[in-house]
Design a protein around this ligand. Structure first.
Ligand code: HEC
Ligand code: HEC
Length: 410
C-alpha cells in the first residue's frame, strides 16, 4: 500500500483530530517515504502530512504545538464568533488528510459586473458571503442585485511557511522570463496589511495576500467573525450597521495580545502554518518519471514551475531551502476558468497558478472544485493555458497516463 493511502485510511478510521502520526511511524517504519537522492527539498526528509518541518529546535516545536492547539480551537460566541461566520474553527475547513490540510467546503463570493468593471458590493456585505449567523435575524444572503456568484474551495496549508519565505524578487523575476505557448503571467503587487508595505502576494486562489499573519487575521475575521489588531472591524450582516450593532456584543478587537507571550491567536495560527511541513513526496515509478518529461515538454512546467528557493530566514528550516511547489505563484488570465471576482491585484479572469504539491490528496480540483480528477482539471484550463491544454489533449493515452501518474507523486 502506498503511504498516502495509509494516511488517508488511517485518518478516516481514527478521526482526523485524534490521528496520531507518530504511532504510524512506529508501526510502519518500512512504509515511510524514502529520500530520493535526486530530490533535494525538505519534502524528501520522511515527514508526513501534518507534521512540523524537519529540523526545528525545541522552541520552534513548542510554537508549532501551541499554534496547532489554536488552529484546532473551536470559537464560541463569548470568544467573539460571529455575528456572521462560515465555521467555528480553522481545522473545520483545513483538516484533510491531516490537520492543516484542505476540505471540500466551498465559500461563496459575489459581486456586480458592469461591462469590464467589477464592484464587490461591500455596502451589501460583499464580496465574501458568511453562510451562518449567531442569530437567524443576522443571516446573510446573496443580494438580489449580484450578477457574479463564485465558489471557492478551501486549500491545503502544508508547506506555506516555505512559500511565504520566497523573496518577492524571485517571483518578479519569474514574471519577466519569456514563456512558450502564449503564456504570460504577472506578479500580484499588493499592500501588506500588517506593515502597509508593497509586497508580492502568493497566498489564496488570487495571490491576494503575502504573509501567513495577514491570512490568519483575514480568516479569523472573515471565516469566523473574530476581530484582531489587523482586522479590528466586524463584517456587518449584508452591510447593515443596525444588525451589527444589535448582535455584536463582544468588544473589538476580540483577539487580544497576551502580554505574557506578546502573541494573539492570529500570531499563534501564523506560527503553526509557518512551521507546517510541505506535502511528502511519493516515490516515482519509471512510468511517473516518464510523465515528468511529458509534463515539461507539453508546457505545464511553464506555469507549474517545479521549484523556487527561499531567501535568508531566522528559522533554519526555512533558510535558503528549495520549495518544490510546482507553481510560479503568478497571476494568469485563465479565460473562461476565471471566477469573475476581482480581488487584491487580480482581475476577474486572473487566477494564481495552483501549487501541485500534495495534489494527490486534495481532490476535487480547481478554485470551485468543479474537477473530480486531475485530467478534468487540465481539460478545464483556458485563456493563457489554452495552447498547453490542447497539447495535452493531443498526447497519446500512454503519455497522458504517465503525466497524470507523475502529478500523483508530487
Ligand atoms: C469556512 C471554511 C474556512 C475556515 C473556517 C477557514 N478557512 Fe482558510 N481557506 C478557506 C478557503 C475557501 C480558502 C481559499 C481562499 C481564497 O483564496 O479565496 C482558504 C485559504 C486559506 C489560506 C491560504 C492558503 C493558500 O494556499 O494560499 C490560509 C493561510 C488559510 N486559509 C488559513 C486559515 C486559518 C488560519 C483559519 C482559521 C483562523 C482558516 N483558514 C479558516 C476556507 C476556510
Ligand atoms: C497558463 C498557466 C498554466 C498552465 C500552462 C497550466 N496550468 Fe494548471 N493551473 C493554472 C492555474 C491558474 C490554476 C488554478 C485555476 C483555477 O482553479 O482557477 C491551475 C490549476 C491546476 C490544477 C488544479 C490544482 C488544484 O489544487 O485544484 C491542476 C491539477 C493543474 N493545474 C495541472 C496542470 C497540468 C498537468 C498542466 C499541463 C497539462 C497545467 N496545469 C498547465 C495555470 C496553468
Amino acid at each position: 500500500m502506498r503511504v498516502s493511502q495509509i494516511l488517508i485510511g488511517a485518518g478516516l478510521c481514527t478521526g482526523l483530530l485524534a490521528w496520531d502520526s507518530a504511532a504510524l511511524a512506529q508501526q510502519q517504519p518500512a512504509q515511510r517515504p524514502r529520500s530520493d537522492p535526486g530530490q533535494v527539498d525538505a519534502r524528501a526528509g520522511g515527514s508526513r502530512f501534518g507534521d512540523a518541518l524537519p529540523g526545528l529546535n525545541a522552541a520552534q516545536m513548542a510554537d508549532f504545538a501551541q499554534g496547532k492547539a489554536e488552529f484546532l480551537n473551536v470559537e464560541d460566541v463569548e470568544g467573539g464568533l460571529g455575528p456572521i461566520f462560515n465555521n467555528s474553527s480553522c481545522v473545520s475547513c483545513h483538516g484533510i488528510p491531516a490537520v492543516g490540510g484542505s476540505s471540500t467546503t466551498l465559500v461563496t463570493r459575489f459581486g456586480l459586473r458592469v461591462g469590464n468593471a467589477y464592484d464587490p458590493l461591500v455596502e451589501l456585505g460583499g464580496s465574501l458571503l458568511q453562510d451562518f449567523a449567531i442569530d437567524p435575524a443576522a443571516q446573510e444572503r446573496v443580494p438580489a442585485g449580484a450578477n457574479v456568484i463564485a465558489r471557492r474551495q478551501s486549500t491545503p496549508l502544508f508547506g506555506l511557511g516555505l512559500i511565504e519565505a520566497i523573496p518577492d524578487a524571485a517571483i518578479i523575476a519569474a514574471a519577466r522570463r519569456p514563456k512558450p505557448f502564449g503564456i504570460r503571467g504577472r506578479a500580484a503587487e499588493i499592500s501588506d496589511i500588517a506593515t502597509g508595505q508593497m509586497r508580492i502576494g502568493r497566498l489564496g486562489w488570487k495571490a491576494q495576500l503575502a504573509t501567513l499573519l495577514d491570512f490568519a487575521g483575514d480568516a479569523y475575521l472573515n471565516e469566523m467573525g473574530v476581530t484582531s489588531r489587523l482586522f479590528p472591524h466586524e463584517n456587518a450582516p449584508n452591510g447593515s450597521a443596525a444588525l451589527l450593532a444589535q448582535f455584536d456584543s463582544v468588544a473589538d478587537p476580540e483577539d487580544v495580545v497576551d502580554p505574557a507571550t506578546g502573541k494573539g491567536d492570529i500570531d499563534l495560527a501564523g506560527d503553526y502554518m509557518r512551521l507546517l511541513a510541505p506535502p511528502p513526496r511519493d516515490p516515482q515509478s519509471p512510468s511517473a518519471r516518464s510523465g515528468e518529461f511529458v509534463f515539461e515538454q507539453v508546457g505545464c512546467a511553464a506555469c507549474h514551475t517545479p521549484v523556487y528557493q527561499t531567501g535568508p530566514s531566522a528559522i533554519a528550516a526555512l533558510d535558503r531551502k528549495p520549495v518544490a511547489l510546482y507553481s510560479d505563484l503568478l497571476l494568469h488570465d485563465m479565460g473562461a476558468l476565471g471566477d469573475g471576482i476581482a480581488q487584491g491585484a487580480a482581475g476577474p479572469r486572473e487566477m494564481k497558478t495552483a501549487p501541485l504539491w500534495g495534489a494527490r490528496v486534495s481532490a476535487p480540483y480547481l478554485h470551485d472544485g468543479r474537477a473530480g480528477t486531475v485530467d478534468q482539471a487540465i481539460r478545464a484550463h483556458d485563456g493563457e493555458a489554452a495552447q498547453v491544454r490542447d497539447r495535452y489533449r493531443q498526447l497519446t493515452p500512454t503519455a497522458q497516463r504517465q503525466l497524470l501518474e507523475f502529478v500523483d507523486t508530487l
